[in-house]
Design a protein. Structure first.
Ligand SMILES: [Zn+2]
Length: 57
């Protein structure tokens, strides 16, 4: 059993459940069109960009 691998798989599954963007520009364009108060952040797990509510983190 490799619990660290299981944990990583779970983290990646979490990533796939989120909106994921290849670049900050793509994320910002999506936010602009969505009208929601979101901001992009670089994910340490998958290295792509996800969105979070403004004010968090
Ligand atoms: Zn991620």
């Amino acid at each position: 059993m490799t619990s660290s691998a299981t944990s990583l798989a779970k983290q990646i599954a979490d990533c796939e459940a989120k909106s994921t963007f290849c670049s900050k520009g793509d994320a910002l364009r999506f936010i602009d069109r969505s009208g929601y108060p979101l901001r992009p952040y670089r994910c340490v797990v998958c290295g792509d960009w996800h969105l979070t509510k403004q004010g968090e983190g």
